[in-house]
Design a protein around this ligand. Structure first.
Ligand SMILES: Nc1cc(-c2ccc3ccn(Cc4ccccc4)c3c2)n[nH]1
Length: 248
């Protein structure tokens, strides 16, 4: 059965890239069932209002609870005779970090719903309503420690990271093995033809056909790169037989 992904946003066109390439093909293949909903379809006033001023004062606007409540009801009712429940994922600057580990966990779920906030965010009662009245698991997730204007960009990234882990979505060609962050080390340098380009040569070991030497060189490169760019990712398990982090 296809993994179902619902996205609610005031900018549904922002999610159009999900119809392209990889994710688009997975949709055609029936592996992913992606539905995008316009939050404004769940407003009833002439101006299709989704936001209002914050109680307690402060800058900016807050997303009103009612449209979100109706949008979630619509998502839960749509093509859902069994009354199944999605895991509600809400991007937010103050959420738990989105990591490859979290992507792997979410890729195992049959149904994810994403709420894309804008303005200063969503009225807190929507989260409480979703958890307590709709019985949804709700996770607030951050893409990183930087500030976006809304959740759409985060959802594009998360859907790509999660979707590509769903069996069959990416062929064996783009293998999932040795992916960066899969085993905590960054990836090794990669090369293709020509072997000599602009007076620059491909490391000879890669042309040697000595697969043991190639694997050793690649591991060494991953350690060196990780030490240089992401020392925070290095830990004891990457130490060599001498208990040291073998970095030339
Ligand atoms: N990793 C990450 C996620 C976001 C994010 C996600 C959803 C929303 C909805 C509104 N905003 C704007 C906003 C900026 C700052 C403080 C509060 C709200 C969002 C930002 N920023 N950075």
């Amino acid at each position: 059965p296809a993994m179902r992904l619902d996205v609610v946003s005031i900018f549904p066109d922002y999610l159009a890239p999900l119809e392209l390439s990889l994710i688009g093909k997975a949709r055609e293949d029936g592996l992913l069932d992606v539905r995008v909903h316009d939050l404004r379809d769940f407003t009833h006033d002439r101006h299709r209002t989704v936001d209002d001023t914050p109680y307690g004062g402060g800058a900016g606007m807050v997303m009103k609870p009612q449209p979100w409540s109706e949008a979630l009801d619509h998502v839960l009712a749509l093509d859902n005779p069994s009354g199944a429940r999605p895991h509600l994922v809400v991007p937010g600057p103050g959420g738990q970090p989105f990591t490859q580990a979290l992507a792997r966990q979410l890729a195992l779920e049959p149904w994810l719903a994403f709420a894309c906030g804008r303005y200063e965010g969503i009225d807190e009662r929507v989260y409480d309503h979703a958890r307590e009245d709709l019985g949804l698991e709700v996770s607030v997730v951050s893409l990183g420690d930087y500030v976006l204007n809304g959740g759409e960009v985060a959802v594009l990234a998360m859907v790509e990271a999660i979707g590509r882990l769903v069996p069959g979505v990416i062929g064996n060609a783009e293998s999932l093995v040795e992916e960066s962050h899969e085993d905590g080390l960054l990836e090794y340098p990669i090369y293709t033809k020509p072997s000599s380009w602009n007076g620059r040569e491909v490391p000879p070991v890669l042309l040697s056909g000595n697969h043991g030497a190639i694997a050793a060189w690649r591991h060494e490169q991953r350690l060196a790169r990780t030490a240089a760019r992401r020392p925070d990712l290095l830990h004891a398990s990457h130490a060599g037989p001498h208990g040291d982090l073998e970095i030339s």
